[in-house]
Design a protein around this ligand. Sequence first.
Ligand code: NOJ
Length: 517
Amino acid sequence: MPAWLKDAVFYEIYPQSFYDTNADGIGDFQGIIEKLDYIKGLGCNALWINPCFDSPFKDAGYDVRDYMMAAPRYGTNEDLFRLFREAHARGIHVLLDLVPGHTSEEHKWFLKSGEAERNEYSDRYIWTDHWIKGIPGRPYIGGEFERNGVYMLNFFKCQPALNYGWKEPTEAWQQGIDDPGPRATREAIKEVMRFWLSHGCDGFRVDMAESLVKGDDDKRTGTCAVWRDLFSVKKEFPEAAFVAEWGHPELAITGAGFDMDFYLDHAGNGYNTLMRDYETAGGDHSYFLKDGGGDITRFLDDFLPRYEASKDHGFISFITCNHDTPRPSWTLSDRERKLAFAMIFTMPGVPFLYYGDEIGMRYCEELRTKEGGYTRTGSRTPMQWDESANKGFSTGRAEDLYLPVDSRENAPSVAAQEILKDSLLNTVREILALRHAEPGLQADTSFEVLHAIQGDPLFIYKRGDLTIAVNPSGEEKSSPAGILHGPGAEVLFRIGEASCKDDGAVCLGPQSFAILR
Ligand code: NOJ
């Protein structure tokens, strides 16, 4: 596991919407370079950039047409290499987005694999051996190519599944994971990794990492084995970091060998109960919703076993949001998000901040789908930098923008929040600065629950020599005596009111958070 992860805080950039420097209405590499100082000043020392490779963009770039070529709309490979260098000069690491499970239907490997004559790419994707033979239980397409067979899809229609083999092949056209076709796929993906890593990239966020092997791989033993082989590149690039889009750290980290695994927003899981409980029948009982009557034990029952099973091998990555998830501002107030982010940024593991969440950018649910975004589009709007035209995102014409800027009343901006001492932006800065300064807040520092009781909003945990307490409810709450070992604890950071009693109890005002030593 690379040592730099211990103090890493990531910033996720959806490149389309971050900063446009050539006035064509879409963000670019130069735009990211120009905002590196802002990112560093925020307290983020690592980036994850969503796919920025050549693509027809039917799924916002998750349909890669050429893995080794930057998408011209963002710049050239040279520009991206320069971005790596500029980031490194500021102590910022950069992860690109690796999409190993599928390519675009326009990828040259795929076009070759559809040819009737056998060739180097015939086994690169999953094809049946007859034009009328489908793939039970899986989406597939027939009738498009000369080849006598149908091919499996991984996600959208434009994303044919790459062939990593089947756990236990049951049909002649299915290959085992160590057959020559799947092995060649692995080697090809290793080449992609090596290409970017050798040009200065620091690792990858990995798309749909859990589903490479097909068939009866419910326990993911096949997919974990494939990852362990893919990670042989780590020997050549020991400082490279990999974060999985998986959501099961006990498999992704401990089984497959990832350094980090996202705590994804899956309905009903622990993360979901913190900020996004709205899909659950019976109303929104999110822990951070002031009047939601939330319960931290729902989170802990899910989190603690996953943490215990993975903490010796890697890090769970909490997210404020991502490009697939409604922005937290959709349902949570500014104060509620301050508390939620304060907890996320003080938990063990390596956190990810989604661009614009630091100023409370809104989920624009009324937007029409863009590049396969559908309901995700509302979380992908242009960054709001200041109060100038297009909120400072672009000097292009408003009608040419990738997506409209949220310019409704009270739309937040960096410039407006910079000058407000208590803004969300400045709160995020303050807490991330503390995270970097305090050994107790490093990714691998111990974590212990001190107080978490069903029906009690107060949650208190220990990180190293620090005690951290949060009270999302509208009432003042006190812990039992003796949580702190005696009086006189120093309050290092607080939102709202926080005090320590002589008997060692912690007392938190309504909607409060405190870090104590
Ligand atoms: C997960 C990505 O986060 C999402 O945006 C994409 O559409 C799918 N994987 C397919 O690649």
